[in-house]
Design a protein around this ligand. Structure first.
Ligand SMILES: C[S@@+](CC[C@H](N)C(=O)[O-])C[C@H]1O[C@@H](n2cnc3c(N)ncnc32)[C@H](O)[C@@H]1O
Length: 177
């Protein structure tokens, strides 16, 4: 159910256009086994998915639709030969425990968005950073705002899933410089 709700939120964020001649080019950064990437591909978008898990990328490649492409890469390392209309990272950044890697990852993803394109980054809806476990550190909205602003982005929306007690939020920003 959460995936269904979140997929609908992605339509809100990306818009309803799905031009066959000029599809949106989308990066799903930290795509896992590709549930969102495949959904976006099924909407007619051209999707690149990256992840550090060999297993996840193998699953994605096995199930990939015709407009999807998957590569093993960390967020911080991905250097494609093109820019994206939209870069999404869903439930990934709060698994980066190292603050420098987190910041460099956000900056690298931001650099891959074309002028006028958007970035959507999921974290918790919170005012302060918090370490939850060895593998989870959430960071506050103002840290995303400051970092993205330095990369030429304006924050536009904070999209909540409004599903049960889900604490996550997608920070949506548009590249203006
Ligand atoms: C909770 S899963 C989310 C997967 C997918 N985005 C989703 O929402 O279904 C987190 C994923 O992030 C990947 N990951 C963790 N650190 C990463 C990094 N630095 N670069 C790329 N992927 C990473 C993991 O391998 C895992 O597949």
């Amino acid at each position: 159910m959460l995936y269904a709700v979140r997929s609908a939120r992605l339509v809100e964020v990306l818009g309803a256009a799905n031009d066959v001649v000029a599809p949106l080019r989308v990066l799903d950064a930290g795509c896992g086994q590709g549930l969102f990437a495949r959904t976006l591909g099924s909407f007619g978008h051209t999707v690149d998915g990256i992840d550090t898990s060999t297993y996840a990328i193998d699953v994605c490649r096995e199930l990939a639709g015709p407009s999807e492409s998957y590569e093993m890469s960390a967020l911080v390392d991905w250097q494609p030969s093109h820019l994206y209309d939209a870069v999404l990272s869903i439930d990934v950044l709060y698994h980066l425990m190292d603050d420098d890697e987190w910041a460099s990852s956000v900056e690298n993803l931001a650099s891959l968005v074309r002028l006028g394109g958007l970035i959507g980054l999921v974290d918790h809806d919170a005012d302060v950073a918090r370490v939850w476990a060895e593998y989870q550190k959430t960071r506050p909205t103002n840290q995303y705002r400051d970092l993205l602003s330095g990369c030429g982005f304006e924050m536009r929306r904070s999209v909540r899933n409004d599903f049960r007690t889900d604490p996550s939020i997608m920070h949506v920003a548009v590249r203006v410089a």
